[in-house]
Design a binder for this molecule. Structure first.
Ligand code: ATP
Ligand code: MG
Length: 799
């Protein structure tokens, strides 16, 4: 039996111990947030290796982000040392890329295929929508892309879709044609989109059982984290991998030279290779937040049926958060129907109360966050232990403005991704054009970057020539004089051809020669210099071009880093790594900065202090979710994920007015706030405070209140009253202007009028927009600068 004194098992509770040491075909660990699911997976891997129950090469562990994979690898390494090398710990996507790179030749692709990210797919789909004139039928690139992605996640292709679709409907027919065409284009470009990485691997396994057998023999232990967020394609992949080997007994080496298993005796039983792999999955159906991408909670709820003989372990102790934080999270998630109730508890004590704050505007809210961050910092908490979450990326702007002003160091995780910048995409397209000359999209992208005078007409001429001659677009570039274009254009095309050829010689030297470790960096520099790309930016007077130049320098630095970390790394390896950098993965993970991210990105992470911002109706729950079946429930799970990231301090904040979707609107407190027991929240400024005061300057008010103990007045009110939406509060007191409630409903203001504001002083009206209760004054204050004010409630008088 397991020894609790064993250092690998030390400190585990009995259920965790059970989960780490259980051996059998299938194990499901279901448990709430912070109960040690990911830790248990890590220990389980370490134990398998340490006890020599498995070779590293026999383990496949799937995590949700590359970052999580890196952390797990590190932790296993810390537990068992060198034995950890050779394991596959990766995301679904990375694992599938590795498989496809080896096996692509089986079905008409080559090893150097390109990976299209969602921007690339969008560009291709946009072209196809245009070509098919489908916009006339209401098909937008975004909607087509979304539908194709969803179908692929359900393992449908254009053909299978067409069988069930109503082909009399012209829009349906067009969609099906575009879907089929899109797939043809991908194949022609030797490219997979993100969904294909999974779907095509499943297809590969099903169409070529001997290939599937190779991997079934190899992976004897498969472990999946965040199983609640797997979609059907990912589920099918796991299913394929865990099936018993179908074919003959194996050769130790597969035909492609890959070692299938260590030639010595396999640890465990000698005949075990014929049975299906052992599968361990961990998940929490309360944290399922990717239904919109096709994730299917049923993968968890039906696990026992799908994997007969499965053992189920429940974990109930939360090791992350204080009881107050946990109680709030439990109360919120308890409002979802159709779920198994879990009793998550913590022995960390009640801890601090949750801090609530309502700002007058999102800047006011951001100022509160910045102030609290600084206060915690002064109290000794490092910035790297603090995180700020929001529902939508656009909310980060106000936070960033205030953070910059307050000199709070921060980084955005996900968000404006480095690799989505146009200049980086251009540089990547140059590299892809070298790595995969069949990729026409990449070539078309760089055709006129920098400007060479090559326009649509020339592009079409190249494409036509390629088609006539039965050669590729890339090959057509090598025949500039035959394209029927003028001498200047011929020279431009010839020069591009020349640059690509030179770079190819560096990065992909003729067979037999090994490219130097720094070949990618050298090749990239050559491409950017000789193409004239760098020069065009250097010559420019646009200050943005200077930033672009810096970004490209940084990108060249990335290739140098890559060379340092991967001495044998090839161009294709580099492009793979770049393509798989995902939302939660940052270029550099500096400590000493506050992390800003969406609640989706926050999954699986933990911080000492967490700020959940924008806790308003229409944001969380988001307004697009309202009409979706199950939408509000999924939003509640997302909010639950946000709350349960916090170890010690949790802050919930909102703003009463928010500039969003191009207009300033009145916000209402999220319904989720009301689901948290009142005694758990310490309101520094409640929605009621803001209602009754109009505009406020939060810190002044705070100071006053903390001195006078006035805060409790609000805590004592019934919840529903404290959370009365602003608009309702005003309906209740129409024009009855008490000392506290300001209502300027009838105040006439025109541009040129002068006003005085309680906090901002005197100013001049520049414009008035909106109607009724939502009329906004655009004011230039003499001292405080430009502001937008909601006329109805702002503490202003006309002079
Ligand atoms: P999530 O659902 O958010 O992904 P999780 O269930 O994966 O959470 P972990 O991240 O594994 O939880 O663990 C949460 C925290 O609790 C971690 O800091 C981990 O180190 C700690 N922890 C887990 N088990 C124990 C234990 N037995 N003793 C002490 N700390 C533990
Ligand atoms: Mg986890």
């Amino acid at each position: 039996g397991p020894q609790a004194s064993d250092d690998l098992l030390a400190g585990l509770n009995p259920q965790q111990l059970d989960a780490v040491t259980h051996r059998g075909p299938a194990l499901l660990i279901v448990a709430g947030a912070g109960s040690g699911k990911t830790s248990v997976l890590t220990r389980r891997i370490a134990l398998l290796l340490r006890n020599r129950e498995a070779w590293p090469s026999q383990i496949l562990a799937i995590t949700f982000t590359n970052k999580a994979a890196g952390e797990m690898r590190e932790r296993v390494g810390a537990l068992v040392g060198d034995a950890a090398r050779g394991m596959w710990i990766s995301t679904f996507h990375s694992a599938c890329v590795r498989i496809l790179r080896r096996e692509a030749g089986q079905f008409g692709f080559t090893q150097n295929f390109t990976i299209y990210d969602s921007g690339d797919s969008r560009a291709l789909i946009k072209r196809l929508v245009k070509e098919h004139e489908a916009d006339a039928y209401g098909l937008t690139p975004a909607s087509v892309q979304g539908r194709i992605s969803k179908l692929k996640n359900e393992l449908q292709d254009a053909e299978s879709y067409a069988r069930d679709a109503n082909m009399n409907d012209p829009a349906e027919r067009l969609f099906t044609e575009i879907f089929a065409d899109y797939q043809r284009q991908l194949q022609k470009a030797n490219a997979f989109d993100f969904d294909d990485l999974i779907g095509q691997t499943v297809y590969l396994f099903r169409a070529f059982p001997h290939v599937a057998d190779t991997y079934r023999r190899r992976f004897r232990h498969i472990l999946v984290d965040e199983y609640q967020d797997t979609n059907h394609a990912q589920y099918a992949l796991i299913h394929e991998l865990t099936r018993p080997v179908q074919g003959e007994a194996p050769e130790p080496y597969a035909s492609n030279g890959m070692m299938i298993f260590e030639p010595e005796t396999t640890p465990g039983s000698g005949t075990g290779a014929e049975a299906g792999a052992s599968l361990t999955v961990v998940g929490d159906s309360d944290q399922s937040i990717y239904a919109f991408r096709g994730a299917d909670i049923r993968n968890i709820s039906e696990f026992e049926r799908d994997f007969p003989g499965a053992k189920v372990v429940l974990l109930e102790q939360n090791y992350r958060s204080t009881q107050n934080i946990l109680s709030a999270a439990n109360a919120v998630i308890g409002n979802n129907f159709d779920r198994k109730d879990k009793k998550l508890w913590s022995d960390k004590g009640d801890g601090e109360k949750i801090v609530g704050f309502t700002g007058y505007s999102q800047h006011d809210e951001a100022q509160f966050v910045a102030d609290e961050v600084e206060a915690l910092r002064r109290a000794g908490m490092p910035y790297s232990e603090m995180a700020v979450f929001y529902r939508t990326n656009s909310q980060s702007r106000a936070l960033e403005e205030i953070f910059i002003r307050a000199a709070v160091p921060y980084k955005i995780m996900g968000g404006t991704k480095f690799y989505e910048r146009a200049e980086i995409k251009d540089a990547l397209a140059y590299l892809v054009s070298v790595a995969n000359p069949s990729d026409e999209m990449a070539l078309r992208r760089i055709l006129n970057k920098p400007r060479r005078g090559i326009g649509d007409v020339t592009e079409t001429a190249i494409a036509r020539f390629a088609e006539e001659q039965g050669i590729t677009f890339r090959e057509a570039l090598s025949h500039p004089s035959q394209l029927g274009v003028g001498p200047k254009l011929q020279a431009a095309i010839g020069q591009l051809d020349q640059v690509l050829t030179e770079a190819t010689a560096i990065m992909l030297p003729a067979s037999g020669e090994v490219p130097s470790a720094t070949s990618v960096a050298e090749g990239l520099s050559l491409l950017l210099e000789k193409s004239g790309y760098f020069d065009s930016l250097r010559r420019s007077r646009d200050p943005q071009d200077e930033a672009r130049l810096e970004n490209l320098d940084e990108f060249v630095a990335v290739t140098r880093d890559f060379a340092r970390n991967n001495p044998d790394g090839t161009l294709v390896d580099f492009l793979t790594e770049v393509a798989l950098v995902s939302d939660a993965d940052d270029l550099d993970d500096e400590s000493g900065t506050v992390s800003l991210m969406t609640m989706h990105t926050a999954k699986g992470l933990e911080y000492d202090a967490v700020f959940v911002t924008g806790v308003e109706e229409d944001l969380i729950p988001h307004r697009i979710s309202a009409g979706e079946p199950g939408g509000p429930q999924e939003e509640r799970r997302l909010f639950y994920v946000g709350l349960t990231r916090a170890r010690k301090r949790l802050h919930l904040s909102l703003a009463m007015t928010r500039a969003q979707f191009g207009e300033v609107s009145v916000a209402m407190p999220s319904r989720f706030l009301q689901e948290i027991p009142a005694e758990l929240i310490d309101w520094r400024q409640s929605p009621g405070d803001v209602n009754s005061r109009g505009g406020t300057q939060s810190r002044a008010l705070n100071a006053r209140r903390q001195g006078g103990g006035g805060r409790d007045r609000f805590a004592a009110q019934p919840l529903e009253k404290r959370l009365t939406p602003l608009s309702t509060a005003m309906d209740r007191f129409p024009n009855k202007v008490t000392a506290k409630v300001r209502d300027n409903g009838d105040l006439e203001l025109v541009p040129g009028d002068r006003i005085r504001h309680d906090d901002f002083g005197e100013g001049r009206i520049e414009a008035v927009t909106g109607e009724g209760a939502k009329r906004i004054a655009h004011v230039r204050f003499d001292a405080a600068g430009q502001k937008k004010l909601l006329i109805k409630i702002a503490p202003i008088v006309k002079l």
